[in-house]
Design a protein around this ligand. Sequence first.
Ligand code: HEC
Length: 141
Amino acid sequence: MSEPSPAAGSRRSAWWLLLGVVVVAAGWWWWSRQQEAPLVEVTLPRQLSPLAQRGKAVFEAQCASCHGATAGGSDRGPPLVHPIYRPAHHADFAFATAIRFGVRQHHWYFGDMPPRPEVADDDIPAVIAYLRELQRANGVR
Ligand code: HEC
């Protein structure tokens, strides 16, 4: 058996160094993603439309446990009053789909959102109207 050549040794330490860099980078990425779910201080609009008023009751019963009492987020779900969910980025259709079919975890680290069959079809536009009015009152447009 021959001794490992010095070149093989330094190649091996280069691999360990690379592995270290990858582990540190992955750790930093994970840590920085963990910080990303903000709790938003939501300002309530002075007045809600009648449709949004109806949606508010549904939201409080079916959504607030995860998305917070006024959609500012909680430790179980993201704030919906957030630029990510502005109409141009998540249209009303995406909101309706979330309620009907749930959401696979993709933006955050709360896990999946289960479908909400408790919300009647004709209450969906009301919930969306409420969320859009909250967004507008908080500069998310
Ligand atoms: C059990 C907790 C839970 C409940 C209850 C819940 N959600 Fe969610 N919701 C989540 C989580 C978690 C996400 C984020 C998933 C991700 O992007 O990682 C989410 C995401 C969303 C999104 C973004 C959809 C997308 O396309 O990214 C919308 C809109 C939404 N929820 C609306 C609602 C509405 C409206 C209700 C009430 C009818 C509701 N949610 C009830 C947990 C919940």
